[in-house]
Design a protein around this ligand. Sequence first.
Ligand SMILES: *Cc1c(COP(=O)(O)O)cnc(C)c1O
Length: 394
Amino acid sequence: MSPQAVTDSGGWKQPLFDSLNRVEISRAALHYNFRFCRARAGDAAVMAMVKTDGYGHGLVECARIFAGEGAAAFGVAEVAEGIALREAGLEQPVFVLAGLLPGMIPALLQYNLTPVVVDRLILPELSRQAQRSGGEVGLHLKVDAGMGRQGCLPAAVPGLVREIEALPALRLDGIMAHFPMTDDLDPANTRQVFDRFTDMIQDLADDVDIVLTGCCFHIANSGGLLRYSMTRLDMVRPGIALYGYYPEGEPGRTGAGPEALQPAMRFVTRIIQVRNVPAGTALGYGRTFTTGRATTLAVLPVGYANGYLRSLSNRAEVLVCGQRAPVVGRVSMNLTLVDVTDVEGPVEWGGEAVLLGRQGDETITADELASWMDTISYEVLCLFGNLNRRYYLD
Ligand SMILES: *Cc1c(COP(=O)(O)O)cnc(C)c1O
Protein backbone atom coordinates (compact mmCIF):
# COMPACT_ATOMS: atom_id res chain seq x y z
CA MET A 1 0.00 0.00 0.00
CA SER A 2 1.41 3.39 -0.88
CA PRO A 3 1.32 5.96 1.90
CA GLN A 4 -0.99 8.07 -0.22
CA ALA A 5 -3.64 5.34 0.01
CA VAL A 6 -4.13 6.14 3.69
CA THR A 7 -6.09 9.36 3.76
CA ASP A 8 -8.31 11.18 6.18
CA SER A 9 -11.13 11.72 3.78
CA GLY A 10 -12.75 8.40 3.13
CA GLY A 11 -10.16 5.66 2.81
CA TRP A 12 -10.11 4.20 -0.68
CA LYS A 13 -13.38 5.80 -1.67
CA GLN A 14 -12.61 9.12 -3.24
CA PRO A 15 -15.85 9.76 -5.10
CA LEU A 16 -16.18 12.57 -7.56
CA PHE A 17 -19.66 13.12 -6.27
CA ASP A 18 -21.37 12.80 -2.88
CA SER A 19 -22.38 9.28 -1.96
CA LEU A 20 -25.90 8.45 -0.85
CA ASN A 21 -24.21 6.84 2.16
CA ARG A 22 -22.67 9.19 4.68
CA VAL A 23 -20.58 8.23 7.66
CA GLU A 24 -20.63 11.29 9.89
CA ILE A 25 -17.89 11.73 12.46
CA SER A 26 -18.43 14.12 15.35
CA ARG A 27 -15.21 15.94 16.09
CA ALA A 28 -16.72 17.15 19.36
CA ALA A 29 -17.24 13.56 20.50
CA LEU A 30 -13.62 12.66 19.69
CA HIS A 31 -12.39 15.66 21.71
CA TYR A 32 -14.68 14.74 24.58
CA ASN A 33 -13.68 11.07 24.63
CA PHE A 34 -9.99 11.88 24.64
CA ARG A 35 -10.49 14.20 27.62
CA PHE A 36 -12.57 11.51 29.31
CA CYS A 37 -9.68 9.05 28.94
CA ARG A 38 -6.99 11.57 29.86
CA ALA A 39 -8.84 12.45 33.06
CA ARG A 40 -8.74 8.77 34.03
CA ALA A 41 -5.13 8.25 33.01
CA GLY A 42 -3.75 10.13 36.02
CA ASP A 43 -0.02 10.64 35.54
CA ALA A 44 0.19 8.08 32.77
CA ALA A 45 0.88 9.27 29.23
CA VAL A 46 -1.81 8.52 26.66
CA MET A 47 -0.98 6.66 23.46
CA ALA A 48 -4.01 7.16 21.22
CA MET A 49 -4.70 4.01 19.23
CA VAL A 50 -5.45 5.18 15.69
CA LYS A 51 -4.80 1.93 13.86
CA THR A 52 -7.16 0.83 11.09
CA ASP A 53 -7.81 4.39 10.03
CA GLY A 54 -8.77 5.40 13.56
CA TYR A 55 -11.14 2.43 13.97
CA GLY A 56 -12.89 3.74 10.87
CA HIS A 57 -12.97 7.37 12.06
CA GLY A 58 -10.03 8.60 9.96
CA LEU A 59 -6.36 8.20 10.86
CA VAL A 60 -5.13 11.73 10.35
CA GLU A 61 -8.30 13.55 11.42
CA CYS A 62 -8.37 11.63 14.70
CA ALA A 63 -4.64 11.95 15.31
CA ARG A 64 -4.84 15.74 14.87
CA ILE A 65 -7.69 15.98 17.36
CA PHE A 66 -5.97 13.73 19.91
CA ALA A 67 -2.65 15.54 19.47
CA GLY A 68 -4.41 18.82 20.21
CA GLU A 69 -5.77 17.27 23.41
CA GLY A 70 -2.34 16.09 24.54
CA ALA A 71 -1.81 12.59 23.13
CA ALA A 72 1.78 11.60 23.92
CA ALA A 73 2.01 8.97 21.18
CA PHE A 74 0.05 7.12 18.50
CA GLY A 75 -0.41 3.43 17.92
CA VAL A 76 -0.79 2.07 14.40
CA ALA A 77 -0.69 -1.41 12.93
CA GLU A 78 1.59 -0.85 9.97
CA VAL A 79 4.46 1.31 8.81
CA ALA A 80 2.27 2.77 6.03
CA GLU A 81 -0.06 4.30 8.61
CA GLY A 82 2.90 5.77 10.47
CA ILE A 83 4.16 7.38 7.27
CA ALA A 84 0.73 8.94 6.69
CA LEU A 85 0.87 10.50 10.16
CA ARG A 86 4.34 11.92 9.53
CA GLU A 87 3.36 13.27 6.11
CA ALA A 88 0.44 15.01 7.82
CA GLY A 89 2.95 16.72 10.10
CA LEU A 90 2.35 14.83 13.34
CA GLU A 91 5.51 14.67 15.41
CA GLN A 92 4.61 12.47 18.39
CA PRO A 93 6.14 8.98 18.69
CA VAL A 94 4.28 6.52 16.45
CA PHE A 95 4.32 2.87 17.51
CA VAL A 96 4.12 0.22 14.81
CA LEU A 97 2.31 -2.53 16.68
CA ALA A 98 1.35 -5.26 14.28
CA GLY A 99 4.58 -6.44 12.83
CA LEU A 100 7.74 -5.55 11.01
CA LEU A 101 9.71 -7.29 8.31
CA PRO A 102 13.29 -6.36 7.38
CA GLY A 103 12.20 -4.60 4.20
CA MET A 104 10.33 -2.03 6.27
CA ILE A 105 13.33 -0.89 8.30
CA PRO A 106 14.47 1.90 5.93
CA ALA A 107 11.03 3.53 6.00
CA LEU A 108 10.78 2.99 9.75
CA LEU A 109 14.04 4.86 10.25
CA GLN A 110 13.38 7.53 7.65
CA TYR A 111 10.05 8.44 9.25
CA ASN A 112 11.27 8.02 12.81
CA LEU A 113 8.65 5.42 13.76
CA THR A 114 8.95 3.35 16.93
CA PRO A 115 9.38 -0.38 16.35
CA VAL A 116 7.60 -2.82 18.62
CA VAL A 117 9.84 -5.87 18.70
CA VAL A 118 8.39 -9.31 19.35
CA ASP A 119 11.49 -11.53 19.20
CA ARG A 120 15.19 -11.34 18.41
CA LEU A 121 14.99 -11.85 14.65
CA ILE A 122 14.72 -8.22 13.60
CA LEU A 123 17.36 -6.93 16.03
CA PRO A 124 20.65 -7.43 14.10
CA GLU A 125 19.31 -5.84 10.92
CA LEU A 126 17.67 -3.00 12.84
CA SER A 127 20.96 -2.34 14.59
CA ARG A 128 22.94 -2.46 11.34
CA GLN A 129 20.69 -0.06 9.48
CA ALA A 130 20.35 2.31 12.45
CA GLN A 131 24.14 2.47 12.69
CA ARG A 132 24.42 3.15 8.99
CA SER A 133 21.92 5.99 9.24
CA GLY A 134 23.97 7.45 12.04
CA GLY A 135 21.22 7.45 14.65
CA GLU A 136 19.94 5.39 17.52
CA VAL A 137 16.58 3.59 17.50
CA GLY A 138 14.44 3.49 20.62
CA LEU A 139 12.36 0.33 20.59
CA HIS A 140 9.68 -1.26 22.72
CA LEU A 141 9.50 -4.95 23.47
CA LYS A 142 6.17 -6.77 23.35
CA VAL A 143 5.68 -9.47 25.93
CA ASP A 144 2.99 -12.13 25.85
CA ALA A 145 1.87 -11.95 29.48
CA GLY A 146 -1.27 -14.00 28.86
CA MET A 147 -2.75 -12.80 25.59
CA GLY A 148 -1.33 -15.85 23.85
CA ARG A 149 -0.98 -14.01 20.57
CA GLN A 150 2.08 -11.95 19.67
CA GLY A 151 5.32 -11.25 21.49
CA CYS A 152 7.88 -13.10 23.55
CA LEU A 153 7.23 -15.03 26.74
CA PRO A 154 8.25 -13.33 30.01
CA ALA A 155 11.07 -15.82 30.50
CA ALA A 156 12.71 -14.64 27.27
CA VAL A 157 12.76 -10.97 28.27
CA PRO A 158 16.05 -10.78 30.21
CA GLY A 159 17.95 -12.39 27.34
CA LEU A 160 16.36 -10.05 24.82
CA VAL A 161 17.08 -7.01 26.95
CA ARG A 162 20.74 -8.01 27.16
CA GLU A 163 20.88 -8.57 23.43
CA ILE A 164 19.40 -5.12 22.76
CA GLU A 165 21.89 -3.53 25.14
CA ALA A 166 24.76 -5.31 23.42
CA LEU A 167 23.81 -4.24 19.89
CA PRO A 168 24.98 -0.84 18.70
CA ALA A 169 22.45 1.90 17.91
CA LEU A 170 19.58 0.17 19.71
CA ARG A 171 17.98 1.49 22.88
CA LEU A 172 15.27 -0.22 24.93
CA ASP A 173 12.69 2.49 25.60
CA GLY A 174 9.83 0.36 26.83
CA ILE A 175 8.20 -2.98 27.50
CA MET A 176 4.54 -3.62 26.81
CA ALA A 177 1.93 -6.35 27.01
CA HIS A 178 -1.74 -6.59 26.06
CA PHE A 179 -4.81 -7.80 28.00
CA PRO A 180 -7.05 -10.47 26.45
CA MET A 181 -10.10 -10.09 28.69
CA THR A 182 -10.67 -6.57 30.00
CA ASP A 183 -14.07 -6.70 28.27
CA ASP A 184 -15.09 -9.49 30.64
CA LEU A 185 -16.86 -8.33 33.78
CA ASP A 186 -14.93 -10.94 35.80
CA PRO A 187 -11.58 -9.35 36.80
CA ALA A 188 -9.73 -12.64 37.47
CA ASN A 189 -7.89 -12.91 34.16
CA THR A 190 -6.97 -9.22 34.03
CA ARG A 191 -5.46 -9.45 37.53
CA GLN A 192 -3.51 -12.55 36.55
CA VAL A 193 -2.10 -11.06 33.35
CA PHE A 194 -1.25 -7.83 35.15
CA ASP A 195 0.56 -9.77 37.90
CA ARG A 196 2.53 -11.73 35.34
CA PHE A 197 3.59 -8.47 33.68
CA THR A 198 4.55 -6.71 36.92
CA ASP A 199 6.36 -9.83 38.20
CA MET A 200 8.42 -9.78 35.03
CA ILE A 201 9.23 -6.10 35.59
CA GLN A 202 10.27 -6.89 39.17
CA ASP A 203 12.52 -9.72 37.98
CA LEU A 204 14.21 -7.33 35.57
CA ALA A 205 14.63 -4.73 38.28
CA ASP A 206 16.24 -7.37 40.52
CA ASP A 207 18.67 -8.37 37.78
CA VAL A 208 21.93 -6.61 38.54
CA ASP A 209 23.06 -6.77 34.91
CA ILE A 210 20.06 -4.87 33.60
CA VAL A 211 19.53 -1.12 33.77
CA LEU A 212 15.92 -0.04 33.31
CA THR A 213 16.14 3.69 33.82
CA GLY A 214 13.81 5.55 31.50
CA CYS A 215 12.05 2.37 30.43
CA CYS A 216 8.32 2.91 29.86
CA PHE A 217 5.98 0.08 30.92
CA HIS A 218 2.51 -0.11 29.45
CA ILE A 219 -0.31 -2.62 29.27
CA ALA A 220 -3.69 -0.86 29.66
CA ASN A 221 -6.15 -0.79 26.75
CA SER A 222 -9.53 0.95 27.14
CA GLY A 223 -10.81 -1.75 29.46
CA GLY A 224 -7.72 -1.56 31.66
CA LEU A 225 -7.84 2.23 31.75
CA LEU A 226 -11.55 2.51 32.53
CA ARG A 227 -12.02 -0.42 34.91
CA TYR A 228 -8.62 -1.23 36.50
CA SER A 229 -6.83 1.96 37.44
CA MET A 230 -3.84 0.05 38.86
CA THR A 231 -2.97 -1.08 35.32
CA ARG A 232 -2.19 2.45 34.08
CA LEU A 233 1.57 2.27 34.79
CA ASP A 234 3.61 4.74 32.66
CA MET A 235 1.35 4.87 29.62
CA VAL A 236 -2.16 3.79 28.62
CA ARG A 237 -3.31 2.79 25.14
CA PRO A 238 -7.04 3.42 24.75
CA GLY A 239 -8.63 2.67 21.40
CA ILE A 240 -12.34 1.94 21.41
CA ALA A 241 -13.04 4.39 24.26
CA LEU A 242 -11.71 7.26 22.15
CA TYR A 243 -14.39 6.49 19.60
CA GLY A 244 -17.13 6.42 22.23
CA TYR A 245 -17.68 2.76 23.06
CA TYR A 246 -17.04 0.58 26.09
CA PRO A 247 -15.07 -2.59 25.38
CA GLU A 248 -17.61 -4.67 27.27
CA GLY A 249 -20.46 -3.24 25.19
CA GLU A 250 -23.79 -2.18 26.65
CA PRO A 251 -22.99 -3.26 30.24
CA GLY A 252 -20.26 -0.60 30.32
CA ARG A 253 -22.61 2.03 29.05
CA THR A 254 -25.36 1.10 31.50
CA GLY A 255 -23.08 1.55 34.48
CA ALA A 256 -21.35 4.58 33.07
CA GLY A 257 -23.28 7.48 34.52
CA PRO A 258 -24.30 10.74 32.92
CA GLU A 259 -20.84 11.72 31.70
CA ALA A 260 -20.44 8.54 29.68
CA LEU A 261 -18.40 8.18 26.50
CA GLN A 262 -19.96 9.66 23.37
CA PRO A 263 -20.14 7.55 20.21
CA ALA A 264 -18.54 9.58 17.43
CA MET A 265 -19.88 7.82 14.35
CA ARG A 266 -23.26 8.02 12.67
CA PHE A 267 -24.16 6.21 9.43
CA VAL A 268 -26.93 7.76 7.37
CA THR A 269 -28.37 6.68 4.04
CA ARG A 270 -31.21 7.84 1.81
CA ILE A 271 -34.46 6.18 0.83
CA ILE A 272 -34.24 5.61 -2.92
CA GLN A 273 -37.68 4.08 -3.39
CA VAL A 274 -40.87 3.65 -1.37
CA ARG A 275 -43.11 0.88 -2.67
CA ASN A 276 -46.22 -1.05 -1.68
CA VAL A 277 -46.38 -4.79 -2.21
CA PRO A 278 -49.25 -7.19 -1.49
CA ALA A 279 -49.32 -9.92 1.13
CA GLY A 280 -47.50 -13.03 -0.02
CA THR A 281 -44.64 -11.21 -1.80
CA ALA A 282 -41.25 -12.93 -1.47
CA LEU A 283 -38.49 -10.36 -0.99
CA GLY A 284 -35.00 -10.31 -2.45
CA TYR A 285 -32.32 -12.93 -3.08
CA GLY A 286 -33.19 -16.36 -1.80
CA ARG A 287 -36.78 -15.22 -1.08
CA THR A 288 -35.99 -15.46 2.64
CA PHE A 289 -38.90 -13.26 3.71
CA THR A 290 -42.50 -13.36 2.51
CA THR A 291 -44.83 -10.52 3.43
CA GLY A 292 -47.70 -11.60 5.65
CA ARG A 293 -49.71 -8.45 4.91
CA ALA A 294 -49.85 -5.61 2.45
CA THR A 295 -46.48 -4.00 3.12
CA THR A 296 -44.78 -0.65 2.52
CA LEU A 297 -41.08 -1.07 1.80
CA ALA A 298 -38.32 1.51 1.87
CA VAL A 299 -35.43 0.60 -0.42
CA LEU A 300 -32.00 1.70 0.86
CA PRO A 301 -28.85 1.99 -1.32
CA VAL A 302 -26.69 0.22 1.21
CA GLY A 303 -25.47 -3.34 1.45
CA TYR A 304 -22.58 -5.57 2.40
CA ALA A 305 -20.29 -3.53 0.13
CA ASN A 306 -20.82 -0.73 2.64
CA GLY A 307 -20.10 -2.99 5.61
CA TYR A 308 -23.80 -3.47 6.22
CA LEU A 309 -23.20 -7.20 6.30
CA ARG A 310 -25.42 -9.94 4.96
CA SER A 311 -25.73 -11.31 8.50
CA LEU A 312 -28.02 -8.32 9.19
CA SER A 313 -30.63 -9.84 6.84
CA ASN A 314 -34.00 -10.26 8.57
CA ARG A 315 -32.39 -9.19 11.88
CA ALA A 316 -31.39 -5.56 11.99
CA GLU A 317 -33.47 -2.45 12.53
CA VAL A 318 -33.08 0.93 10.85
CA LEU A 319 -34.36 4.33 11.95
CA VAL A 320 -36.89 5.97 9.65
CA CYS A 321 -38.77 9.09 10.79
CA GLY A 322 -37.21 8.53 14.21
CA GLN A 323 -38.79 5.08 14.53
CA ARG A 324 -37.42 1.57 14.31
CA ALA A 325 -38.18 -0.40 11.17
CA PRO A 326 -37.02 -3.98 10.53
CA VAL A 327 -34.74 -5.09 7.72
CA VAL A 328 -36.65 -7.65 5.65
CA GLY A 329 -35.17 -10.13 3.19
CA ARG A 330 -31.49 -10.50 2.35
CA VAL A 331 -29.12 -7.58 2.51
CA SER A 332 -27.52 -7.59 -0.93
CA MET A 333 -24.38 -5.93 -2.24
CA ASN A 334 -25.84 -2.44 -2.58
CA LEU A 335 -29.49 -2.69 -1.60
CA THR A 336 -31.45 -3.35 1.59
CA LEU A 337 -35.20 -3.45 2.20
CA VAL A 338 -36.90 -2.09 5.30
CA ASP A 339 -40.53 -2.68 6.31
CA VAL A 340 -41.92 0.78 7.04
CA THR A 341 -45.61 -0.21 7.14
CA ASP A 342 -45.87 0.67 10.84
CA VAL A 343 -43.79 3.84 10.68
CA GLU A 344 -45.79 7.01 11.25
CA GLY A 345 -44.68 8.92 8.21
CA PRO A 346 -44.57 10.37 5.86
CA VAL A 347 -41.84 8.00 4.63
CA GLU A 348 -40.55 9.83 1.61
CA TRP A 349 -38.43 9.16 -1.42
CA GLY A 350 -35.06 10.85 -0.70
CA GLY A 351 -35.67 10.89 3.05
CA GLU A 352 -32.95 9.90 5.49
CA ALA A 353 -32.63 6.50 7.12
CA VAL A 354 -30.18 6.02 9.97
CA LEU A 355 -28.27 2.75 10.22
CA LEU A 356 -26.06 3.75 13.18
CA GLY A 357 -26.62 6.59 15.59
CA ARG A 358 -29.47 8.84 16.55
CA GLN A 359 -32.54 10.00 14.67
CA GLY A 360 -35.21 11.84 16.63
CA ASP A 361 -35.53 10.15 20.02
CA GLU A 362 -34.23 6.76 18.90
CA THR A 363 -30.64 5.50 18.70
CA ILE A 364 -29.04 2.42 17.21
CA THR A 365 -25.60 1.80 18.72
CA ALA A 366 -22.64 -0.08 17.31
CA ASP A 367 -23.11 -2.54 20.18
CA GLU A 368 -26.63 -3.26 19.00
CA LEU A 369 -25.49 -3.71 15.40
CA ALA A 370 -22.69 -5.91 16.71
CA SER A 371 -25.17 -8.17 18.49
CA TRP A 372 -27.14 -8.57 15.24
CA MET A 373 -23.91 -9.25 13.33
CA ASP A 374 -22.57 -11.58 16.00
CA THR A 375 -19.49 -9.45 16.54
CA ILE A 376 -18.21 -6.48 18.60
CA SER A 377 -18.56 -2.72 18.15
CA TYR A 378 -14.94 -2.49 16.94
CA GLU A 379 -15.73 -4.49 13.81
CA VAL A 380 -18.88 -2.48 13.07
CA LEU A 381 -16.98 0.82 13.30
CA CYS A 382 -14.08 -0.42 11.15
CA LEU A 383 -16.45 -1.73 8.49
CA PHE A 384 -18.74 1.29 8.28
CA GLY A 385 -15.99 3.87 8.62
CA ASN A 386 -13.56 2.32 6.19
CA LEU A 387 -16.04 1.34 3.47
CA ASN A 388 -17.94 4.61 3.18
CA ARG A 389 -17.25 8.26 2.61
CA ARG A 390 -16.68 10.11 5.86
CA TYR A 391 -17.89 13.60 6.66
CA TYR A 392 -16.62 15.49 9.69
CA LEU A 393 -18.99 17.56 11.79
CA ASP A 394 -17.98 20.15 14.36
C1 LIG B 1 -5.82 -2.13 19.61
C2 LIG B 1 -4.91 -2.13 20.76
C3 LIG B 1 -5.20 -1.40 21.92
C4 LIG B 1 -6.52 -0.68 22.13
O1 LIG B 1 -7.50 -1.59 22.55
P1 LIG B 1 -8.98 -1.06 22.89
O2 LIG B 1 -9.67 -2.26 23.43
O3 LIG B 1 -9.56 -0.60 21.61
O4 LIG B 1 -8.82 0.03 23.86
C5 LIG B 1 -4.24 -1.34 22.90
N1 LIG B 1 -3.07 -2.00 22.76
C6 LIG B 1 -2.76 -2.74 21.67
C7 LIG B 1 -1.46 -3.45 21.59
C8 LIG B 1 -3.68 -2.84 20.64
O5 LIG B 1 -3.37 -3.56 19.57
